[in-house]
Design a protein around this ligand. Sequence first.
Ligand code: ZN
Length: 235
Amino acid sequence: MTTATPPQDLRAQMERILRCFRKKARTAAREELARAVNELYQLQLVTSTGGNLSVRIAGRDECWITPSQVPKGKLRPEAMVRIDLEGNALDAGALAPSSEWALHTELYKARPEVQAVIHAHAPYATILGLAQLPFLPINTDAAFLKEMPLVPFIMPGSKELALAVVKAMGQNPACIMQNHGIVAVASNLRRAIDLVESIERTAQLIWGCYAVGKEPPLLPPEAIRILREKGEMLA
Ligand SMILES: [Zn+2]
């Protein structure tokens, strides 16, 4: 004969399982973020002190973000900082969050679909911004992106910059911040990394054409239209 578990025991058991599940999910997100920043450092898309990444914690107004003033390249998961959308660190003894945290949190506030934000100091994309050269649909990667807004220089780390980026990006997945770098958002961290890399490689090709005095040839308009429609479906 089996005896029924009292409802309060069952509830306590469920709460324990849920707590354990949330803790595992948090740890996994933190590890994924550390791997991502180290990958971008290897790709030279963030520098030791330039650039920052974050990933939203599913279902909460919180994210993991890279720390301030800790050299990148060998960042460990324990160095990641959990913050709320006002930039408050949520764990005792945590490092200070990136000074550019508002850039991330304002994007999360404005765009519920965004799960990951990367601010990269990607050199070729930044050159396009500096030289005010257009980000052109010269390949399939670039054709997916309808627009690459250019945000004028505003002091890094300021709320003013964060709000200007949100406004300029609208529903776009990326923008260039003049005299600074780029911002890219996506529905997960992997997509955001791939987006940053494809923007930078495309910018390098565009820059290369202008560097040898040639206007880069664009994809045919019909191909651009089809690719942009596909991009909308994938977004
Ligand atoms: Zn920066």
